[in-house]
Design a protein around this ligand. Structure first.
Ligand SMILES: NC(=O)c1ccc[n+]([C@@H]2O[C@H](COP(=O)([O-])OP(=O)(O)OC[C@H]3O[C@@H](n4cnc5c(N)ncnc54)[C@H](O)[C@@H]3O)[C@@H](O)[C@H]2O)c1
Length: 447
């Protein structure tokens, strides 16, 4: 299939690379010349493990091209995929600026063209957006009617950054929402080789499946964080508790790991957008409101642990380890590192930050006064405390003795349960972590 992918971000670039790998002919369009240029040179437009190699191979074979002009990309394509950003507005509702512009561009490309074309929304959009915003915009700009002139579909993306290529190659399931049979058929032609469960639904149902999935996962994490805070307070280890909970087949082990809260480009904005939709439609979600409130407080729990151990943070040198919202990505959108950084600074700490990939992105977010260390070792040298915000493999690989050797006080506050508490303590590290209570208390705990 000749496919135009609009948006060379995490989703668009991974989608394009995998479609090209699977034998389709793909043109990736992004007005951001830096991103389009990277793809043209056979490089990844954003950091994602394996993406550079996949793009290089596809470009070399001539299966993948890139342009800054979406209209040019769509001309000659049988199917276009909207993978543009859907950021939140100030009030949390969805900003559809990019979706509208991309839809218009698809329409412009279709004007005067021969041949049927299918427009597919892959961006995460609220129920009703593809039918109520994308479809009319394409109709208006193309002068054609949806149904006979072109097809419309929704194909929500469930990939996780850091594991995006594998997720795109072998998804758990594929959901297609379609205006009509021809649209559904056009999208399914892309996924013929996949053996996973496949679901065909309406446009709005497909859009809602994405939101309900993300809201559920965010709720699961939020719940795990609450249980973890309680476990710590009563002297239990939440990791052990959740191991037992996750063995229940009805619950499952994933997304039960407690931490400093969820961030990233999806959970926070998608949960808020769904919350706003519920308010508008007079079907408010109390659960999601509580999830967001808990998630705003959770990073401060890490700061509280650091303060409890240090007495006061005033003048203390704190190494903030991990700035990306999670490992294996350079994405800092809604990273919990930001509230942690600000709270540490507000309490008077001298913060030195380190991340293997997200340093410059974090500086752009948090301000030019951010002090970045060039290496993990440099961040730890002379520190009174290390706060772990992202569980990078590089941190896990550091022998516990290094903390003792480099830090002024070998105090580690682990916001992601990165380390083995026993190994850390055996090496002489003063180790505190989310959800890790002191067993001595639990032996005496009364109901
Ligand atoms: N990042 C994820 O893990 C993830 C996972 C699932 C779904 N999603 C959803 O997918 C969508 C894209 O997310 P992302 O993280 O890849 O976003 P991103 O911000 O990394 O990339 C979006 C890209 O779209 C480009 N763009 C804007 N207008 C355009 C236009 N008219 N034509 C072509 N390109 C245009 C931008 O320049 C940008 O490079 C969002 O709706 C997001 O919610 C993201």
């Amino acid at each position: 299939v000749r496919v135009a992918v609009l948006g060379a971000g995490y989703v668009g670039a991974c989608t394009a690379a995998v479609l090209a790998e699977q034998g389709h002919r793909v043109v990736l369009a992004d007005p951001d010349a830096r991103r389009a240029g990277a793809v043209r040179r056979g490089e990844a437009p954003a950091y994602e493990p394996g993406l550079g190699d996949a793009i290089a191979a596809a470009v070399r074979r001539g299966a993948l091209g890139a342009t800054t002009d979406p209209v040019e990309a769509v001309r000659g394509a049988e199917l276009s995929m909207l993978c543009v950003g859907t950021p939140p507005k100030r009030d949390g509702s969805q900003d559809l600026r990019f979706v509208k512009a991309a839809s218009r561009q698809v329409g412009q490309a279709l004007r005067g063209q021969r041949g049927w074309h299918c427009v597919v929304t892959k961006s995460t959009v609220l129920p009703g957006t593809t039918g109520g915003v994308v479809l009319p915009a394409v109709e208006k700009a193309s002068g054609r009617r949806a149904g006979d002139g072109f097809g419309v579909a929704v194909n929500p993306e469930f990939l996780r950054e850091g594991n995006a290529l594998e997720d795109a190659r072998a998804p758990d399931r594929v959901v297609v929402g379609a205006l009509d049979e021809a649209s559904a058929k056009a999208v399914w032609a892309l996924y013929e080789g996949l053996a996973c469960p496949k679901l065909t639904v309406s446009l709005g149902t497909a859009e809602m499946i994405k939101y309900a999935s993300n809201a559920f996962l965010a709720t699961k994490v939020g719940f795990a964080n609450e249980v973890a805070n309680l476990c710590r307070a009563i002297g239990l280890d939440a990791e052990e508790v959740m191991q037992g909970v996750g063995l229940d087949a009805r619950i499952g082990p994933r997304f039960l790991r407690a931490g400093a809260g969820f961030g990233g480009s999806c959970f926070p904005k998608d949960v808020v957008a769904l919350l706003r939709l519920g308010e508008r439609e007079r079907a408010p979600s109390r659960i999601l409101k509580a999830v967001l409130g808990g998630n705003a407080r959770q990073p401060l729990e890490v700061v509280r642990l650091a303060r409890a151990a240090l007495g006061s943070l005033e003048g203390k040198r704190v190494a903030l380890l991990g700035l990306a919202f999670k490992p294996d990505t350079d994405d800092v959108r809604e990273t919990r590192a930001l509230p942690i950084y600000r709270a540490l600074r507000a309490a008077g700490a001298r913060v030195v930050c380190y991340d293997p990939h997200a340093g410059s992105g974090f500086r752009a977010l948090a301000g030019s006064s951010v002090r970045l260390a060039a290496s993990l070792g440099e961040a730890l040298d002379g520190a009174d405390c290390a706060v772990v915000q992202t569980e990078w493999a590089e941190f896990r690989a550091l022998p516990p003795a290094e903390f003792v050797a480099r830090m002024r006080r070998p105090l580690v506050v682990d916001g992601r349960r990165t380390f083995d508490p026993k190994a850390m303590r055996a090496a002489g590290v003063e180790y505190h972590a989310i959800g890790l209570g002191e067993p001595a208390r639990s032996a005496r705990a009364r109901p």
